[in-house]
Design a protein around this ligand. Structure first.
Ligand SMILES: Nc1ncnc2c1ncn2[C@@H]1O[C@H](COP(=O)(O)OP(=O)(O)OP(=O)(O)O)[C@@H](O)[C@H]1O
Length: 752
């Protein structure tokens, strides 16, 4: 409250002070009075606060603003950079726009020109000015140019008639080097696009061929300007393409090729020849190819070459070129975007002048040169005529010049011919010849130009294709081999199967035969035995028996024949006794009957369990031992062995029984037991049923959980009936079929 009153008073004081300022005395008095009053009553501290707080706030604000200004000042360095970048971008954009427009207009023009041209051979005519000699001789100009038809000229004949000639461009005597090159440039730059280009100057001697192509240091010609332009264009395309330029310089002098970039002063010039490369292009092996990186290098090289070139003085020209000078620019390009490579040649040819031998009054060496020059120019004329008439054979090889230019003349390359003429009335005849020749050249309709891919790349691709083809062939061959091997394997398997079947059949047959024989023998033995027993009382028979020894031992001395059965003792069944295993006559008869039956059994029967037999000599019977006649010769007996066929459905093998001899069976340690066991087994691990019967076989019934007998397993695996007879006959086929039985075979051999 007190503060409010105080404020009011202060305001009042100021108000009074402002509005009553005119009356200064009164105002001062009032102001003084009020001030005293105020200062007395008001707390000084409050007043001070009122004044200092806004000041502090203002100070803070000031500091803040100052800092911001400082910061902006510090950050101000970004601005010029940005502005510079913006400026650069604007400039670049402008350049790009300009380049794009230039390129598009240039392409448009070239496209139109190409359509008009109907081919790629272009002819420019250039007429030199009358020189001092012409003027001195009072020669007039016989060449007229029409302003309305800039690509045409007229030649005034001796009879004052005018002959019209039309070319792709006609350069008047006043046209400078730059004008000439302006028209040449589009063709020159085609080499950067991968086209082969050939520019040559043709004409009478002294008409300015060398001037057009080489020029002078002040007025440089097409050669230098071309390379300059190539560098400029390659630079401008450097973002898209990478170019390598190299230069070769040579001359054809008297039908000899000479390298102008080699200093031949110290030693004789190297002989160079035109050779056809593997890719079909014409190359000059051994020719120097100098890589150039700028126009200075180019100029140095050109100067070097020009100095070496063969030049001589003639009546027509003081500095007459006595050879054809060829400058070859090789351009290797690589597209940085798609990697496509090109290798193209640009030939810049300054031909020697065509001259009338009589007119130029040459003799000796100059005459010889002239003859060579005219010959090669005539060859060039023939080539051009052949191209014009589209004959199948183009005589490129008639001269070194045309042979070398084969890839750049006509066909799929761009050709530009400068026909140089003299305006002098003195040279009218030569001018007419040159113009006629040029017209013929212009009449050639060549096919569309074709881009030249880099031959080395092509070669690489070709090689890769060849390799791929080769590999494919090899793969196919291997596949065929595999197929034929598979076929052979199948055939072999088939043969093996057939052989196996045959072996089985043979074995079965042999077995049957063996049985038959055995039955016969036994029958005969039985008959003999019975007859001998019946005739013991008669007196004649002993005589006979004395005379003829019995076929078999007497029955009493023989062991009784065992009964042969297919039945084997059941597992756990006590083995039969000795007496049971020896059969009586009745059982023999039964047995014989059954054997007879078996001889005629069919294949099904053969597949059933069967017996094999083996001969052995048994021990003398107990009666003989008892009588002390143990030396009596015992007949060989056969042991029958039951074998199994792989007939899983049949359980007959369970009934197989082999009447083993007591000596085999007993555990009395008969050494033959193991021996026979081994002998009869195709594998040393296998045992005969004899052995099985006493040991494992009993414990491994079919279908039971116990292990199977190896013989059974082996026979089930192979449809082969194992028989000791085979071993007896030692048939290798059988042994071979049982690879695993090799050890057994060895054993058999050892045993035998
Ligand atoms: N268009 C031109 N403007 C000015 N001078 C020219 C022109 N053409 C040729 N000349 C001059 O004419 C002379 C002969 O020219 P140049 O040697 O180039 O003729 P050329 O055809 O090469 O002769 P050659 O076949 O004998 O070598 C030179 O001195 C050259 O400067």
């Amino acid at each position: 409250m007190e503060g409010t009153i105080l404020n009011f008073l202060i305001d009042l004081c100021f108000f009074r002070f402002v509005f009553l300022i005119r009356n200064e005395t009164i105002s001062l008095i009032i102001f003084g009075f009020l001030s005293v009053m105020v200062f007395r009553r008001v707390n000084r501290r409050n007043i001070l606060l009122k004044i200092t707080i806004p000041t502090l706030v203002l100070k803070d604000e000031h500091a803040l603003v100052s800092n911001q200004v400082k910061e902006i000042k510090n950050c101000s360095f970004v601005e010029p950079e940005m502005s510079n970048a913006l400026q650069l971008l604007t400039t670049e954009l402008g350049t790009l726009k300009r380049q794009y427009l230039e390129e598009s207009s240039e392409r448009k023009r070239l496209y139109n020109e190409n359509i008009e041209l109907k081919g790629n051979i272009r002819v420019f005519c250039r007429c030199r000015p009358l020189n001092q000699a012409d003027i001195a001789n009072g020669c007039a100009s016989v060449v007229e140019f029409e302003a309305s038809h800039e690509n045409e000229l007229q030649l005034i004949s001796t009879d004052s008639s005018k002959k019209h000639f039309k070319f792709d461009h006609v350069f008047k005597p006043e046209d400078g080097q730059d004008t000439v090159f302006a028209q040449t440039k589009p063709i020159v730059t085609s080499v950067l696009d991968g086209y082969n280009v050939c520019i040559f100057a043709y004409g009478q001697t002294g008409t300015g061929k060398t001037f057009t192509m080489e020029g002078t240091p002040e007025n440089r010609g097409v050669n230098y300007r071309t390379l300059e332009e190539l560098f400029r264009s390659s630079e401008s395309r450097s973002r898209l393409m990478k170019f390598e330029l190299s230069v070769s310089m040579l001359e054809v002098y008297n039908e000899k090729i000479r390298d102008l970039l080699v200093d031949n002063s110290s030693h004789p010039p190297k002989k160079l020849e035109v050779k056809q490369s593997a890719e079909g292009t014409q190359e000059v092996p051994g020719l120097v190819e100098a890589q150039v990186f700028n126009t200075d290098e180019v100029w140095d090289l050109l100067k070097r070459g020009y100095c070496v070139r063969s030049v001589g003085s003639t009546a027509a020209n003081e500095q007459s070129s006595r050879s054809h000078c060829l400058l070859r620019v090789t351009v290797k390009g690589e597209n940085l975007i798609n990697g496509q490579r090109t290798r193209s040649h640009l030939w810049l040819v300054d031909l020697a002048g065509s001259e009338r031998v009589g007119k130029v009054e040459v003799e000796g060496e100059r005459l010889k040169e002239s003859l060579f020059i005219n010959k090669s120019l005539s060859a060039l004329g023939d080539v051009i005529s052949a191209l014009a008439s589209k004959t199948s054979h183009i005589p490129y090889r008639n001269s070194k010049l045309t042979h070398m230019l084969q890839n750049s003349l006509g066909g799929d390359c761009k050709t530009l011919m400068f026909v140089q003429i003299s305006p002098s009335s003195d040279d009218q005849g030569e001018t007419l010849c040159s113009l006629n020749f040029a017209s013929r050249v212009r009449g050639i309709e060549s096919g569309p130009a074709r881009k030249q891919a880099d031959v080395s790349e092509l070669l690489k691709l070709k090689q890769m294709t060849e390799k791929l083809k080769q590999e494919e062939k090899e793969t196919k061959k291997l596949q065929d081999n595999v197929q034929s091997l598979q076929l052979r394997l199948t055939a072999r398997e088939h043969i093996c199967k057939g052989l196996q079947d045959k072996v089985v059949r043979d074995l079965e047959f042999q077995l049957a035969e063996e049985r038959k024989t055995r039955i016969k023998q036994e029958t005969r033995a039985l008959a003999t035995a019975s007859s001998s027993s019946s005739t013991t009382t008669s007196r004649q028979l002993p005589t006979i028996t004395e005379k003829k020894p019995p076929l078999a031992p007497p029955r009493s001395m023989r062991m009784p024949l065992r009964r042969i059965t297919n039945f084997m003792p059941q597992p756990g069944q006590p083995s039969q006794g000795h007496t049971k295993r020896f059969s009586d006559a009745t059982s023999k008869e039964n047995n014989n009957n059954s054997l007879r039956r078996s001889s005629s059994m069919d294949i099904n029967t053969l597949m059933k369990p069967r017996r094999s037999s083996i001969a052995f000599r048994p021990a003398p019977p107990p009666s003989a031992i008892a009588s002390g006649n143990n030396k009596t010769l015992q007949p060989r007996r056969r042991v029958s062995i039951a074998t199994l066929r792989p007939e899983p459905s049949s359980s007959s093998y369970m009934n197989m029984a082999t009447p083993s001899r007591p000596t085999f069976r007993g555990g009395g340690g008969d050494p033959r037991r193991g021996r026979y066991s081994k002998l009869f087994s195709p594998d040393h691990n296998l045992v005969t049923p004899n052995a099985m019967k006493g040991s494992r076989f009993k414990k491994s019934p079919l279908g039971g959980g116990g292990p199977r007998h190896p013989t059974v397993v082996a026979l089930q695996k192979k449809a082969v009936v194992w028989s000791p007879l085979k071993f007896k006959n030692r048939r290798p086929s059988f042994i071979a079929m049982r690879a695993s039985s090799s050890s057994a075979t060895d054993l058999v051999r050892r045993e035998q």
